[in-house]
Design a protein around this ligand. Structure first.
Ligand code: ATP
Ligand code: MG
Length: 305
């Protein structure tokens, strides 16, 4: 019978961990968004140079995801937040390209429905959390509740909160709810990793212009996205506050440079590999009863031949 490759922590994975750490917010109180250059590519100069590394990362991720699934105890939640055109969709597509679709669940969160608004702000995402053994991806998430809702007070007004609860501590309370929620997830076997794809305002402009110039990208174009540019600074300060307030040991934020898509993918792949390596996953052990069953199966099949 073919044996699986060894699954010890490879030097690739160790490197992935060190590389991803550069973009992990480990000292939230000192964190400032200006510390991360959206155009950063570390020491890498080109997409071609990064291609081999990304391929290695995706292959390792494929193997780790199979073990996660076989083990059926942990789950991994990946949260993606960004301004429009920062590359959330394509990052998810590339990083997860080797992952068995059965072991992965992607959910996009848009404007909430009236049913969503009739519940607390963590309700709609909670029922979409990944099952044990799975990787769950949130393309936008409950973090919108401290981002778009903060930038647009009229959105908050539609949330039907009792007026007495809308005060100066509202955002602090939401951060607290989020931190408690993520702590709860961690202590029940869900690993949480959060990614802010940090694109510059200039690069966003360029990508919007490309969408206008290329007919196959027109479907991606929304006038509303362009209007949101007027609130750029407010979004940046909302992101900064959210990242500072909710980066924790068990649910860290990664602030990922997003002006070069090939680099964004590499950082996210490295961080996901690192998160799974930390679990020290192994193939489930086969006990003696199972070994006997396999031997019997072998005999039965041999009898057919
Ligand atoms: P893409 O543009 O790549 O297709 P997207 O995630 O931007 O993907 P859109 O349909 O363009 O999807 O936008 C979704 C919108 O829903 C965003 O503007 C986002 O801010 C908004 N949204 C998400 N969650 C909430 C929320 N809880 N309250 C209000 N608005 C929200
Ligand atoms: Mg959009």
């Amino acid at each position: 019978m073919a044996q699986r490759k060894s699954t010890g922590r490879s030097s690739l994975s160790k490197r992935a961990g060190r590389f991803a750490d550069r973009f992990r917010v480990s000292d939230p109180r000192r964190f400032r968004l200006t510390q991360v250059d959206p155009a950063d590519t570390w020491r890498l100069r080109s997409k071609e140079q990064a291609a081999g590394l990304l391929q290695e990362g995706v292959e390792r991720l494929t193997e780790l995801q199979e073990m996660l699934y076989a083990k059926d105890q942990w789950s991994l939640l990946l949260v993606f937040q960004a301004m429009d055109a920062a590359g959330k969709d394509s990052t998810i597509k590339h990083v997860m390209s080797g992952v068995n679709p059965q072991g992965c669940q992607v959910h996009s969160f848009k404007q909430p429905s009236s049913e969503d608004l009739d519940h607390d702000f963590l309700w709609r995402t909670t029922s979409r959390l990944p099952e044990r053994g799975r990787i769950g991806i949130f393309n936008r998430s409950y973090y919108e509740e401290v981002l778009v809702v903060r930038v647009h007070p009229e959105v908050l007004m539609r949330q039907k909160l009792p007026s007495g609860l809308i005060g100066k501590d509202l955002w602090k309370e939401r951060f607290r709810s989020i931190n408690e929620h993520e702590r709860h997830l961690a202590s029940n076997g869900t690993i949480v990793r959060k990614f802010f794809l940090h694109v510059s305002k200039q690069e966003q402009l360029k990508r919007f212009q490309e969408r206008l110039d290329r007919p196959e990208k027109h479907w991606k174009f929304a006038l509303g996205d362009v209007r949101e540019r007027a609130h750029w600074d407010q979004y940046m300060s909302a992101y900064e506050d959210a990242i500072r307030s909710t980066s924790t040991e068990h649910a860290p934020w990664y602030v990922v440079p997003a002006d070069h898509k090939w680099f964004t993918r590499l950082v996210v792949a490295a961080a996901v590999v690192d998160a799974l390596e930390d679990l020290k996953l192994e193939w489930p052990k086969v006990d003696s009863a199972k070994r006997k069953e396999l031997a019997t199966a072998r005999e039965v099949l041999a009898g057919e031949g």
